[in-house]
Design a protein around this ligand. Structure first.
Ligand SMILES: Cc1ncc(COP(=O)(O)O)c(C=O)c1O
Ligand SMILES: [Zn+2]
Length: 409
């Protein structure tokens, strides 16, 4: 059991402080999302950077001093996913260096294991053994996989259109699955209502302040894996905006500890039909609901649930947002796969589509080192990959066909 260095919560909207309470999810004053605060002086005194350099713990629990929970999940191991060098893709865009953080290598095959692991441990810390959540699919499967390991019960709300692989994961790992005949946003609201009525512990993205805490560990890993060289730009696919706000919190916390002396810019990429955050960042900063229509199911969001913190992350990092078409997203699946060996689901490769578009518009400098998050494995949504992969050649089980096809070629 590690020491918990938290000191309270702070509203991302009105900045009012609140004390940590068992099930305080949002700001009592304004309803804004809350952000977990730590005793940074204490952490600075007790956790030198060399402890990380010497650590043999290759999971995201190596960052325990900056995590708000007492325990850890030893198996399956979460985090410390590969940072893959992608010289071919870098060359295609004329960039000095491009690295891919392949978070599809997490136990449930998506980035969401980072968040779910922390939220589940928080539930255990406050004596809860039943967790509910709404999800486009990945946050839910991450919760189901890790809850099975911890012996926690889960009741999960997903849009019934979620890709089959994600639903298969949920059922296989023993979640009670409520497939909502509606959108992700409707599933989210239904799940909040269930929490109000029955008091189940709620893991919903953004609404639960602990999800951001798990997500920030990706930035810690990027800095360590780059031997403390800070990249110039980090590209993030955005739906609710909780990943990008976590990514930013991670970079800022390591800078506050003096582990690095600067932070990267963030590039937020959204699908054209689901771009509430990019629009808000380019406009007056206010989040307005959109239709939430895109082939990239994981980022198909009408009203982003961590939109304010996401806009702050883009602006504070001196970053920017960009939108991409569904066609560009689908094409990116094969481009990333063939160019780097990493197979991403549509939402995940949205980062590549966005980086390409931003480069074409002259927004990315050729001397920059860019890191791109690939947030979910391509096997999560084979149907989308098949839309662009083409069909195999069907042949009779007859050796004569080989001559017909290949003789002389
Ligand atoms: C694969 C993948 N990429 C990106 C995202 C976007 O994360 P957020 O909703 O926190 O912006 C999600 C969220 O479900 C996801 O599953
Ligand atoms: Zn507030």
């Amino acid at each position: 059991m590690s020491t918990v260095n938290t000191v309270g919560l702070c509203c991302v909207l009105c900045q009012k402080k609140a004390q940590i309470q068992d099930t305080l999810y949002v700001c009592p004053a304004c309803g804004g999302n809350l952000s977990v605060q730590y005793d940074m002086d204490r952490i600075r005194r007790t956790w030198p950077r060399k402890d990380l350099d010497e650590s043999r713990d290759f999971t995201h629990w190596r960052y325990a001093p900056l995590l708000p929970v007492r325990g850890r999940i030893d198996d399956p191991p979460v985090g410390w996913t590969p940072l893959v060098n992608a010289p071919k893709l870098a060359q295609e865009l004329g960039l000095k260096r491009l690295s891919i953080k392949d978070d599809g290598k997490n136990p449930s095959a998506s980035f969401k294991d980072r968040a779910s692991s922390v939220a589940l441990l928080r539930a255990l810390d406050i004596g809860r053994d039943l967790v509910t959540g709404a999800s486009t699919g990945n946050a839910a499967s991450a919760t189901a996989v890790l809850a099975a390991a911890l012996g926690v019960k889960t009741r999960i709300f997903v849009p019934k259109t979620a890709p089959r692989a994600k639903i298969a994961q949920l059922l296989t790992f023993g979640a009670q699955v409520l497939a909502v005949d509606g959108t992700y946003d409707q599933a989210f609201d239904l799940c909040l209502e269930a929490t109000r009525r029955f008091g189940w512990y709620n893991r919903n993205t953004g609404y639960n302040p602990y999800t951001r805490e798990g997500k920030k560990t990706v930035s810690f890993e990027i800095l360590e894996q780059l031997d403390w060289q800070v990249p110039d730009l980090v590209v993030v696919p955005v739906g609710d905006g909780n990943i990008i706000s976590g990514v930013w919190k991670g970079f800022v916390e390591f800078q506050k500890l003096g582990f690095v002396d600067r932070t990267p810019r963030l590039l937020a990429v959204q699908a054209e039909g689901s771009a509430a955050i990019v629009k808000a960042a380019a406009g007056d900063g206010t989040i307005k609901a959109v239709d939430g229509n895109t082939v990239a199911d994981s980022i198909s969001v009408s009203l982003p649930r961590d939109g304010d913190a996401a806009v702050q992350a883009i602006r504070e990092s001196d970053g920017f947002g960009i939108t991409v078409s569904d066609d560009a997203i689908l094409a990116a699946i094969g481009e990333v796969a063939r160019g780097s060996g990493v197979f991403g689901e549509p939402a995940a490769v949205t980062s590549w589509a966005g980086l390409k578009a931003a480069t074409a518009r002259g927004l990315v400098k050729s001397e920059w080192h860019v890191v791109m998050l690939i947030t979910g494995n391509g096997l999560k949504d084979v149907a989308s990959a098949m839309k662009v992969a083409g069909e195999p050649t069907t042949i009779p089980a007859d050796p004569a066909i080989l001559d017909t096809l290949f003789a002389g070629r």
